[in-house]
Design a protein around this ligand. Structure first.
Ligand SMILES: [Zn+2]
Length: 95
């Protein structure tokens, strides 16, 4: 029999995220490791954000979610290369 954790997994498999309490994230990820983490559509890294409708980074054209590093380059309208990624990381530290 399915419980709410299975329902949440199925919902996310369909691409539909919703905000969860931290304790609920823990419970879902305990059964399905990484299930509620959000991954960048560009580099595949964990975005560290909560999902669409929360603080996730989406373009006006509904592309996303992006991690912060990729988002910087989306805003600038071009793809990053490795040198620029490092420069972005360094400038983030300076702020
Ligand atoms: Zn990324």
């Amino acid at each position: 029999m399915n419980d709410w954790i299975d329902d949440e997994k199925a919902r996310r498999d369909r691409g539909s995220n919703r905000p969860l309490l931290q304790s609920d994230h823990w419970a879902v990820n305990a059964r399905y490791p990484g299930c509620t983490l959000e991954y960048c559509c560009d580099c595949g890294g964990v975005t560290g954000r909560a999902g669409k409708g929360e603080d996730s980074l989406f373009t006006d054209d509904d592309e996303g979610p992006y991690c912060y590093d990729c988002w910087v380059f989306v805003l600038e309208g071009r793809a990053p290369d490795d040198g620029e990624m490092q420069a972005a990381a360094l400038s983030e530290i300076d702020r």
